[in-house]
Design a protein around this ligand. Structure first.
Ligand SMILES: NC(=O)C1=CN([C@@H]2O[C@H](COP(=O)(O)OP(=O)(O)OC[C@H]3O[C@@H](n4cnc5c(N)ncnc54)[C@H](OP(=O)(O)O)[C@@H]3O)[C@@H](O)[C@H]2O)C=CC1
Ligand SMILES: N[C@@H](CC(=O)OP(=O)(O)O)C(=O)O
Length: 367
């Protein structure tokens, strides 16, 4: 554990949608101390308050207003142990690698390293056990790293759905198939994001690359870690019981909170009843909560009984958006069970996940 130790941290992509969330959360953190901010050359050299278009309902923390934004070069972040990355995916790959190479612990929201066979893709309320891959990641580096590593969190829609899926697999054994239809908030596209002329009075039935990410990431997260032939560990992609996932992704005129309609089929026959599923979801607890990570939600999954919940406007800020909401659990006449998930895309779908991942790394003695 941190044992009273304070750990200096930085945020890359600090001016963006996710970066602002990081700042709001880290300004109140019990043992991470925000010391530095990075963004593009457009913002570098300016006091943060002048570089950013602050779009949070919470006021900008006083501690960052006069902080000078830096270019994202490791030598400008000396003194920080952890960097949280909310970088644009167009630039995140090489910048995050440079920080790892310079022995920083990097917690990334970007998609660039999620498919790397040595980088764990961790949804902290699901697969904290994948931190074991860090040893291999450091050792395979040339020269081997002492402290540096990259951990990514998942796509925001993937995050929302894998949490209840993990709870179901824990209670009832492997799932066989899963169909998901998302209704994703516009904040998922960053700022200024989707033009208002496209999204007002409308639904856009396409988000580039999103369906493929959901279908692939779900398997890496819910799968285990196996021994490879050459003695290396590898992510088994749910190979012991193949899981088929189909996702359809839509952009809807909601500011924050991704809603997902999910149907599942269990391997176990007969499948559990809707009431058994409700109880299993409600009872699910994460390692992050058990290990006392301060940003982990007490209720990993809140199960709504009302017929018309969850709703983004009403439910996205429950537990500061750190858990997920599930409702409308019922029988599915095609697969076995269907339900609705609501996850806050910028909290548990992004910044909160990275911060809980970093807390887990501290609790596990990796940092
Ligand atoms: N929004 C969401 O719900 C989620 C987003 N993500 C991922 O998180 C990341 C950030 O997303 P989001 O906050 O929405 O994006 P934004 O577009 O809002 O912010 C992007 C950030 O990247 C910085 N940046 C852009 N170009 C460069 C560069 N050349 N060098 C250094 N910094 C640069 C920007 O700085 P500047 O202001 O100076 O241009 C800004 O701080 C993305 O990879 C995204 O895919 C993941 C899950 C959910
Ligand atoms: N594409 C997601 C947000 C995002 O940036 O995802 P990713 O980190 O997987 O690129 C959305 O639009 O809601």
């Amino acid at each position: 554990m941190h044992e009273g130790r304070k750990i200096n941290v930085a945020v890359l992509g600090a001016t963006g949608t996710v970066g602002q969330r990081f700042i709001a959360l880290l300004s109140e953190h019990p043992f991470f101390v925000l010391r530095a901010l990075g963004a593009s050359q457009r913002s570098a050299g300016k006091p943060y308050a002048r570089a950013v278009t602050w779009k949070q309902t919470k006021y900008m923390p006083a501690m960052v207003r006069e902080m000078i934004v830096q270019e994202c070069k490791p030598e400008l972040f000396v003194g920080c142990e952890i960097v949280f990355s909310g970088l644009d995916a167009d630039v995140a790959g090489p910048i995050e690698e440079a920080f790892r190479q310079a022995e920083f612990a990097v917690f990334s929201n970007a998609k660039n390293h999620r498919r790397d066979p040595n980088v764990p893709l961790i949804v902290p309320l699901v697969n904290a056990s994948h931190f074991t891959m860090i040893h291999q990641q450091r050792a395979l580096h040339n020269p081997p790293l002492q402290k540096g590593f990259i951990v990514t969190n998942a796509n925001c829609s993937t995050t929302g759905v894998v949490i209840p899926l993990a709870a179901l697999e824990k209670a009832f054994g492997p799932l066989e198939s899963c169909m998901i239809t998302t209704m994703q908030a516009i904040s998922g596209a960053g700022y200024p994001g989707v033009p208002s002329m496209d999204i007002f009075d409308n639904i856009v039935p396409y988000i580039g690359g999103e369906e493929e990410k959901m279908e692939w990431e779900t398997l890496k997260i819910l799968g285990g870690i196996a021994d490879g032939e050459d003695g290396r560990k590898l992510f088994d992609m749910h190979a012991r019981q193949p899981l088929r996932v189909s996702a359809q992704c839509n952009r809807v005129p909601v500011i924050e909170g991704h809603t997902e309609c999910v149907s599942v089929r269990f391997a176990q026959r007969p499948p559990p009843s809707p009431q058994q599923v409700r109880e299993a979801l409600q009872a699910y607890t994460s390692d992050a909560w058990t290990m006392s990570c301060p940003s982990a939600p007490r209720h990993t999954i809140f199960v709504h009984e009302e017929a018309d919940r969850p709703q983004p406007r009403l439910d996205r800020d429950y537990q500061s958006g750190a858990g997920v909401n599930v409702g409308r659990v019922r029988q599915c006449p095609v697969l076995d069970i269907k339900f609705v998930v609501l996850a806050n895309n910028v909290a548990i779908g992004a910044a909160t996940s990275s911060i809980v991942n970093a807390e887990l790394a501290v609790c596990k003695g990796i940092i």
